[in-house]
Design a protein around this ligand. Structure first.
Ligand code: ADP
Ligand code: MG
Length: 602
């Protein structure tokens, strides 16, 4: 009998190259594209406007236009980036003689569509479910945005998983029979745009527990290319008295040549770059040695080693306790990088057992297979315990970041902390949520804010317990309980809403072949609806409880609360699900009326 078999794919959405795997016959198949390549450039081509590269989309994704790093990057890009509504950066391209704007999510979704199609062609089946990987160091908004991109591409994103963790799965499977005790594995992933280190423990049953991650979402092969470009621009100036620093086309040709030369320098120690008529008919011809290349990038390379040290420190392990050092990512082919790492680990041989370019997609595919319920020894034993890469907390009165979830906490996790009012008779406490390690809140990534109403009282008297709930994707949900009344408010922080409104997603969905998968948005709306419903029930039961005591309400207050409850209940009675914002608004209004009254009676 022919039975429908669900298929799931694993996607390594790289900054430079992407890779997709499918689960078939109890094993992973990495798919080649039409040209027979098993990794595919993460690029989207727009004719005559030059090509637009997916790698840049990954550096844009989940960022705000005002981000200082983004402003720096923009200077190097061959295309224009403008400020869209709500501070979302948009890429401007001319396409068929028309100017069009794209968000990073849209560009990434185009790459994802390409990979999805390659998988479908290979399998001869429609693909819906996918696991997508992100750099371990991506913050909450970058993860959310990647999920959105998947969603726009018509994919049901089963899970967002960290790239090095995914590589660890591949490594764990490969090693399974050789593992007789818990082993500590350091995954060193240096790609085109990002750098991640991850320390994992693998046990003989197949449990992969991440102990710590460290890295930089902004360090990789492209930076090495750029230092070479800068160097040659200087040399060219010296030799020909010509500054090509403003000639975008020349710079971009030089950058391509430098990237090639860099690869050559990984196998031989000296090379020459020749470019015909680089600027005003002047040819470019210069040589560069491996030693020079290493010198130019020594700061970047030492930063990688520093990150390894930090990761070991966070995991509270000594370098002698590391059993295996595993290399992942194209830039780990650089001999100097390997040598520094080997020296750091006192001469330890580095493991090249897994494929540096395919391991991330490989691991993601195994996880995808597990999540859609495939059986088989390989997948059923897989247990994954990941961590949050960056601390999460709220800003407090003195401007510092009060941490609620520490970095490297295992996920999923839920942590709580109490906060008191800082002003006399203040009516709400506003929580600004940040992610990062800097002491001053504003120096970290702002994720959004939420408010919890409190009964008016002298400062320090009203208290809210804030809970941060992080799911297996590393994505955050918040809630706050006002402690005098015990009323609990479920909240979704609002930055995400500001970045991508439902309308925006809707439009993107239309553009992307009218896919109708709105699961994520729907989930959020349902969360808000449930939060409202829960709050109404809470208030009702409090009123009833207090009504039976000596502290009864006066008629006016009771009337006020009943009207408010009725009003809030109205939108729950509607048969259609209304917008996320409307539920949040109704919840806030109900809270504003009932909380101060109830507080006087407890
Ligand atoms: P990502 O995961 O960020 O897409 P990859 O792991 O695919 O990145 O690595 C791409 C980077 O690796 C590019 O910057 C590329 O120039 C670099 N790279 C690939 N091969 C070599 C090599 N032989 N020597 C040095 N760098 C290399
Ligand atoms: Mg990668």
């Amino acid at each position: 009998m022919n039975r429908y078999v669900a298929v799931a794919i694993g996607i390594d959405l790289g900054t430079t190259y992407s890779c997709v795997g499918v689960w078939q016959n109890d094993q992973v198949e990495i798919i080649s594209n039409d040209q027979g390549n098993r990794t595919m450039p993460s690029c989207v081509a727009f004719t005559n406007g030059g090509r637009l590269i997916g790698e840049d989309a990954k550096r844009l994704i989940g960022r705000r236009f005002s981000d200082t790093k983004l402003q720096e990057d923009m200077k190097l890009w061959p295309f224009e980036v403008i400020k869209g509504s709500n501070n979302i950066p948009k890429i401007l391209v001319s396409y068929n003689g028309e100017n069009k704007e794209f968000s990073a999510e849209e560009i990434s979704s185009m790459v994802l569509i390409k990979l999805k199609e390659a998988a479908e062609k290979f399998l001869g089946k429609t693909v819906r479910d996918a696991v997508i990987t992100v750099p371990a160091y991506f913050d909450d908004s970058q993860r959310q945005a990647t999920k959105d991109a998947g969603h726009v591409a018509g994919l049901n994103v089963l899970q967002i998983i960290n790239e090095p963790t995914s590589a660890a799965i591949a490594y764990g499977l490969d090693m399974k029979n050789d593992i007789v005790r818990d082993i500590n594995v350091l995954i060193f992933d240096l790609g085109g745009g990002t750098f991640d280190v991850s320390l994992v423990t693998i046990d003989k049953k197949g449990t992969i527990a991440v102990k710590a991650v460290a890295g930089d979402t902004h360090l990789g092969g492209q930076d090495f290319d750029n230092t070479m470009v800068d160097f040659f621009v200087e040399q060219f100036k010296r030799k020909h008295s010509i500054d090509i620093g403003k000639n975008k086309r020349a710079l971009s040709r030089l950058r391509v040549a430098c990237e090639k030369a860099k690869r050559v320098l990984s196998s031989i120690i000296d090379t020459t770059i020749d470019i015909d008529s680089l600027h005003d008919g002047v040819d470019f011809s210069m040589r560069i040695s491996r030693a020079k290349f290493e010198k130019l990038n020594e700061d970047f390379f030492s930063k990688c080693i520093e990150m390894v040290e930090k990761c070991l420190g966070d995991a509270e392990l000594h370098k002698k306790q590391i059993d295996e050092v595993v290399l992942v990512g194209g830039s780990t082919r650089i001999p100097k990088v390997q040598q520094l790492l080997k020296d750091f680990f006192q001469g330890k041989e580095l493991s090249k057992k897994i494929h540096a370019d395919e391991a991330v997609a490989y691991g993601a595919t195994v996880l995808a297979a597990k999540l859609i319920g495939c059986s088989g020894k390989k997948v059923s034993n897989l247990v994954l315990i990941d961590v949050v890469p960056l601390s999460l907390g709220v800003e407090v009165r003195d401007g510092s970041l009060s941490i609620i979830v520490n970095r490297n906490s295992s996920i999923p996790t839920k942590k709580e902390r109490n906060y008191v009012t800082a002003d006399d008779y203040q009516k709400v406490i506003t929580f600004n949520v940040y992610q990062g390690e800097r002491t001053r809140a504003v120096d970290n990534n702002w994720l959004g804010k939420f408010e919890v109403a409190v009964p008016p009282a002298p400062k320090g008297k009203s208290q809210v317990r804030v809970a941060f709930d992080i799911d297996a994707n590393g994505i955050l949900n918040c809630s706050g309980v006002e402690l005098t009344t015990g009323l609990k408010k479920g909240i979704i922080i609002t930055n995400y809403k500001e970045r991508l409104s439902t309308e925006n997603i809707e439009k993107m969905l239309d553009d992307a072949h009218k896919y109708k998968l709105k699961d994520e948005d729907y989930k959020k709306t349902i969360f808000a609806r449930n939060a409202l419903e829960g709050y109404i029930d809470d208030v009702k039961s409090k009123i009833k409880k207090i009504g039976n005591t000596t502290k009864r309400f006066n008629n006016k207050d009771l009337q006020l609360m009943e009207t408010a409850i009725e009003k809030a209940s109205e939108i729950l009675k509607q048969s259609r699900v209304v917008d996320f914002d409307e539920y949040q608004k109704a919840l806030n209004q109900l809270e504003k009326v009932c909380l101060p009254i109830i507080a006087q009676h407890v």
